[in-house]
Design a protein around this ligand. Structure first.
Ligand SMILES: [Fe+2]
Ligand SMILES: [Fe+2]
Length: 301
């Protein structure tokens, strides 16, 4: 089992995020960064929280989030209580193309700050870039199920152009408010996925009732071979809760606080399923390496 996952060290402050049981894994057969995989039983109970705004910066972040929510609702055609599978997918895809921006922009701005100011960043860059990759994985797995049409594609291009410009400037000058804003956006993402799971459980999304999770999702979140689309939704919602917790926390702590040297937060009682395929692939890689070493030895002798 030890070779199955390389559990990487992620460092955190003494603060403990409100998250389901999970492991931070690094799959050596994929290029993805180390990321969380979730205990699905525990992920059923992801809590929907709302951080009460305190002070002007928080209220501004909350207001931006409310404006964004209205904009998302309009573009993605969100109608509370009247959502179909296709409307949900339209919303998820649009939402995720935006959600992947803040982590990458935040990481880039902090990277440039580090270069310009000739000092360490303290581990934030890595975390933010991983968040961006995680959001992009959400998008890519949904694209396995639905191909967006031309109107959606144009909306994505236009929104990205404006959002990247705005967020880059905003993050450069107001990083704390930016993290708070993302924290609030992620609260909304948790809400959206919670509504979808509820609609699915209550029989309003029949097409998803027995839908299998795409193979990419099974690999990325370490799901069982028979995992359903619902398991993927649970994992994604837990990811969103993760982003919510961290971005609110990043808004609370000093921007130069190093993330290393603190307590490592990895839940030790993880009991999720691991995908055996990883093990098989890893064994194959290992055999290859050993064969190569053997070959080199013979050559040297
Ligand atoms: Fe997401
Ligand atoms: Fe997110």
């Amino acid at each position: 089992m030890s070779g199955l996952f390389n559990v990487s060290k992620k460092f955190f402050s003494s603060w403990k995020p409100n998250l389901p049981k999970h492991k931070i894994v690094f799959n050596t057969t994929q290029y993805h960064q180390a990321h969380a995989i979730w205990n699905l039983k525990d992920a059923e109970n992801v809590q929907q929280t709302h951080l009460k705004p305190k002070g002007f910066s928080d209220r501004a972040a909350n207001l931006y989030c409310v404006l964004f929510r209205y904009f998302f609702d309009f573009v993605s055609g969100y109608k509370h209580g009247k959502m179909t599978e296709s409307l949900y997918l339209r919303r998820f895809i649009f939402l995720e193309t935006i959600a992947g921006v803040p982590g990458m922009v935040g990481g880039m701005v902090r990277h440039l700050n580090s270069l310009r100011n000739l000092r360490h960043d303290g581990g934030w860059i890595h975390h933010l870039v991983e968040e961006a990759e995680n959001e992009r994985m959400h998008l890519l797995t949904f694209l396995r199920i639905r191909e967006p049409g031309i109107f959606m594609r144009l909306s994505i291009v236009g929104t990205q152009f404006i959002f990247v410009l705005w967020y880059s400037i905003f993050y450069s000058f107001f990083p704390k408010t930016s993290h708070r804003f993302v924290g609030y956006l992620e609260e909304q993402a948790v809400l959206t996925y919670t509504m979808a799971i509820k609609d699915l459980d209550e029989g309003r999304l029949e097409k998803w009732a027995n839908l299998q999770a795409p193979s990419d999702a099974i690999k990325y979140w370490g799901l069982g071979k028979e995992a359903k689309f619902r398991d993927m939704l649970l994992s994604i919602r837990a990811d969103e809760a993760n982003h919510r917790e961290y971005n609110h926390h990043f808004a609370d702590i000093p921007g130069d606080e190093p993330l290393d040297g603190h307590k490592i937060f990895i839940s030790t009682d993880f009991v999720g399923e691991a995908n055996n395929k990883w093990e098989d692939e890893e064994v194959k890689v290992q055999v290859k390496v050993e064969a190569k070493e053997e070959e080199n030895k013979t050559k040297t002798n």
